[in-house]
Design a protein. Structure first.
Length: 365
């Protein structure tokens, strides 16, 4: 097992494209770190630098305290699981799992012991004599995981390993990977563009955009205290709603006021932990965000808006309303009877409002 450290690491390709920009990141020994972000954000490039499949253009990369910049992939004691499984089609499951160990000249009895132990853990012990084409997608993914596990690496690297699976199987495999991490107690680094995977699997999450790290924190902190507009909007499903308004003070209380076109002005009270930090922003135009589950329908004065679409999702309804030329979403109970075209009043919980500077896009605490 080993921790991973990036110190001012960049990756620049021959054509001048800078895929990763001067990142500093500490991945702790034994943790499940998820790298998440949209396509092209640099997360896979970061993973491939750990594996040694991409060179480090500048900066220093350490695994287990040892500098890895010029160490060959085969000498890093890491195992990587790819999106497409990368199994040898002409080999049986057993031989696929044994291949890396045979290259290392591990004793045949030890190879057999490891494969039988790991295949039982992954529930593929009855598939050892089959070839990949005879397996389901979930079974192939388990074989790819098994091939990595039998090597006893100090780091597991996973590049969107569940993206080819159907929705139900993805949920099952997420739980399987969490269980494996808890059992193996090895460092996992997992790349995904799916923020649900990031939130459910990671002990910490690293959110990236345009080759730059935006925030590194626990799932709870990322969700409840995003550092900037990008993180706030990227993490959460449906995404956070954003409004434009002005911060005002009346009788020692703070309010957000704004204009919603033909439906008039709105005024929300806001509770903050430290009022002193916001004093310099009184009278300024700000962006404020509220998650769909933190907005309530109300008979009182609130933000008036037209319902565009409603979506029933079993126990809850997603109500999409038109606000400031955008579509915003509210989560409400399935017993709520609202239909397209209705005019509703909504109000956010005063202690669940996130404030952002429109110029820097950073969160205001």
């Amino acid at each position: 097992m080993a921790g991973i450290t990036f110190i001012k690491v960049s990756k620049i390709y021959d054509n001048g494209y800078e895929a990763v920009k001067y990142i500093n990141l500490e991945i702790r020994d034994g943790e499940f770190m998820v790298l998440v972000g949209p396509s092209g954000c640099g997360k896979s490039t970061t993973l491939r630098m750990i594996a040694g499949l991409e060179s480090v253009s500048s900066g220093e990369l350490y695994i287990g305290g040892e500098l890895m910049n010029n160490v060959d992939p085969r000498d890093r004691n890491i195992a990587m699981v790819f999106q497409n499984y990368a199994l040898y089609p002409h080999m049986t499951v057993y031989d696929n799992m044994a291949f890396g160990l045979k290259l290392k000249k591990v004793d045949k009895k030890e190879i057999d012991r490891r494969i039988k132990e790991v295949s039982k853990t992954l529930d593929i012990d009855t598939q050892l004599n089959k070839k990949p084409k005879e397996l389901s997608g979930g079974q192939r993914q388990r074989v790819a995981l098994g091939r990595a596990i039998v090597r006893n690496p100090q780091v597991f690297l996973m590049d969107e390993p569940l993206s080819n699976l159907d929705a139900k199987l993805r949920v099952q495999m997420r739980a399987e990977l969490i269980r494996l991490h808890q059992e193996l107690k090895t460092t996992f680094v997992y790349v995904t563009h799916d923020q649900t995977e990031a939130m459910t699997m990671g002990t910490r999450i690293c959110v990236m955009k345009d080759g730059i790290i935006q925030q590194v924190a626990t799932p709870e902190e990322i969700y409840n205290k995003p550092d900037n507009l990008f993180v706030a909007g990227f993490i959460g499903s449906p995404q956070m709603n954003f409004y434009r308004g002005k911060l005002v003070e009346e009788e020692s209380k703070y309010y957000l006021i704004g204009d919603n076109g033909e439906y008039g002005n709105f005024k929300f009270s806001i509770e903050v932990e430290n009022k002193e930090n916001l004093k310099s922003h009184i009278g300024r135009d700000l962006i404020f965000g509220v998650r769909p589950e933190h907005i309530k329908l109300t008979e009182e004065d609130g933000l008036k808006a037209k319902v565009m679409v409603t979506e029933l999702l079993g126990s809850e309804v997603h109500v999409h309303i038109h606000v400031q030329d955008e579509i915003h979403t509210i989560k409400t109970d399935a017993s709520t009877h609202i239909k397209s075209g209705d005019i509703v009043n909504v109000k956010p919980y005063s202690n669940k409002i996130h404030l952002f500077d429109p110029e820097t896009q950073n969160a205001l605490r």
